[in-house]
Ligand binder design. Structure first.
Ligand code: ASP
Length: 346
């Protein structure tokens, strides 16, 4: 490439772009367009950086599908003018947001790297600088004149992960994220090392980018716990307009075998509500039918979430509900990896 790669930094909010208000002691957002002043090192990167910021940056606790669409529209509008995108959001819900973006774009041929930080950029001990600088380097990285990363990634504390494999695991340490069921795509040490065999390879490399923004959020996450009562399950499953349930079961997808529980699930499945089984464990997979405690779930047509994370199951549910699929197709596409979010069973 003759010219320097062009990178668009999209700031939505979160700790990374905050400063301390010394009157109140609380963190508040600063004008992100001043980022080059806060991190003068950015000028030494071998790329051209532009920034775009939400007019009113948000804490990621306020993230929702409307903001997902807003982020994705910024990427779509600027897709042809930039070589890569770095999206800054709060880390609290970054796994949900980045997963949603991964589904909203099909045939992505450019890097979209999410990052943030545990300490604000103005803090002396901040992790923001490293996270931001390396994310930009990753977004610029090319081989044979092609971007190395052609998927949605999440970079934090020296590791690039496939975004839709991540979970926030720590509110205190700089190593805030883990990807329990898929190894890092890249690691940053003295050198930036890409694990090429793990990167998402788009089969249809010449196909046009497809952008879908019809997400449906009439869904619920139902986490089982020993002693959960029929009234609680019944009330949740019968919420008006409910279209999808992410059911967090135990271990390899196990749930109570009591008839009231199975009957309630079967009733709402018959009404067209989609229920996906994901495990409460941070690592490993649902294996429907492995134990007697999941054979009934299999029989009543529950969707097998395999090794998907809860965050990604929520995002995929919102995305597939918006596609208006038949019951069979919904199950088929949910159980199949679309953006590398599920492992193929051995
Ligand atoms: N509360 C912040 C947020 O998620 C935390 C962070 O940025 O890491 O927006």
């Amino acid at each position: 490439m003759a010219n320097k790669p062009k990178i668009l930094l999209v700031y939505t909010g979160g700790t990374i772009g905050m400063i301390k208000d010394y009157n109140t002691g609380a963190l508040r957002a600063f004008d992100f367009n001043q980022i080059q002043n806060k991190i003068p090192e950015l000028q030494h990167l071998n790329c051209e950086i532009s920034t775009i910021s939400f007019e009113e940056p948000i804490d990621s606790s306020n993230m929702n599908r409307k903001y997902y669409v807003k982020i994705a529209e910024i990427i779509e509008t600027n897709y042809n003018d930039y070589d890569g995108f770095v999206v800054l959001t709060g880390s609290d819900t970054m796994s949900y947001t980045s997963s949603a973006i991964s589904f909203m774009f099909e045939n992505l041929q450019k890097p979209v790297i999410f990052t943030g930080s545990q300490l604000p950029i103005g803090d002396l001990r901040t992790d923001a600088k490293e996270n931001l600088i390396t994310s930009i380097e990753i977004a610029c990285a090319r081989e044979n004149n092609e971007p190395i990363i052609k998927e949605v990634g999440l970079y934090f504390e020296y590791k690039l992960y496939r975004a839709n494999r991540t979970t926030k695991i720590n509110a205190e340490q700089f190593e805030a994220f883990a990807s329990m069921n898929y190894p890092p795509l890249a690691e940053s040490g003295v050198h930036l090392h890409f694990n090429n065999h793990l990167l998402f390879k788009n089969e249809k490399s010449d196909e046009k980018l497809i952008f879908r923004k019809n997400l449906i959020d009439d869904i619920v996450v139902l986490k089982l716990f020993p002693g959960i009562t029929p009234i609680v399950v019944e009330t949740i499953l019968n919420i008006e307009n409910l279209k999808g349930v992410v059911l967090e079961t135990y271990g390899s997808g196990n749930a109570p075998t009591e008839p009231w529980f199975i009957d309630l699930l079967e009733e709402v499945i018959a009404k067209g509500v989609k229920i996906v089984n994901v495990t409460q464990c941070t690592g490993g997979s649902v294996i429907l039918g492995l134990y007697e405690t999941s054979t009934d779930l299999k029989r009543i047509g529950i969707i097998d979430g395999k090794d998907i994370t809860t965050e990604t199951a929520v995002a995929k549910m919102m995305y597939l509900l918006g596609e208006d699929l038949s019951k069979e197709d919904f199950k088929y596409y949910f159980e199949k990896p679309l953006r590398g979010e599920i492992s193929l069973q051995p």
